[in-house]
Design a protein around this ligand. Structure first.
Ligand code: ZN
Length: 158
């Protein structure tokens, strides 16, 4: 009876599919990834073009919508003004050294007038603590956490 074996295989596959669907619907959290800056992108806060990736920042909300910024200070201002805190799924910033995205919570931030960010906030992010410390020392900068970076509203004189 070869058909019985096939049926049992089909049944097993059906169960696997069902379990997969349940997993996707239930406990499978959507996975968030940084979204690359496109040429036509503009800052969600100041509406300027995002032309220098090393200063850029973005967040994704729980629906997967991305909000991009030309500098970290604009993201901080937007988050405070629009009170979006609870709807944010993931914050990303660009490592000033490698120009690669990283989770904002894993970055160190430096504020210095030597960083000529688009809106004058003077804040950049680093993936490596040692690079951040070296850059802070070389630029008379202040090394801060992401929580502190979100509070930064100022402009550095230049
Ligand atoms: Zn901006």
């Amino acid at each position: 009876m070869p058909s019985a074996k096939i049926q049992s295989n089909l049944k097993r596959r059906g169960v696997a599919l069902l379990l997969g669907a349940l997993w996707l619907a239930g406990c499978g959290k959507p996975k968030f990834e940084p979204v690359e800056i496109a040429a036509e992108d503009m800052c969600a806060f100041c509406k300027m073009a995002i032309s220098e990736k090393q200063y850029a920042a973005e967040f994704l909300n729980r629906d997967g919508d991305v909000f991009k910024y030309d500098e970290i200070g604009c993201m901080a201002s937007y988050v405070a003004e629009k009170k979006v805190g609870d709807s944010v799924a993931a914050f990303y910033v660009v490592d000033f050294h490698s120009k690669r995205w990283l989770k904002a919570e894993e970055a160190d931030f430096i504020i210095s007038p030597n960083f000529h960010t688009p809106m004058g906030g003077g804040m950049v992010a680093f993936k490596d603590r040692s690079r951040a410390e070296a850059a802070a020392a070389a630029n008379q900068g202040r090394l801060i956490s992401f929580a502190e970076a979100l509070q930064w509203r100022g402009k550095v004189g230049r």
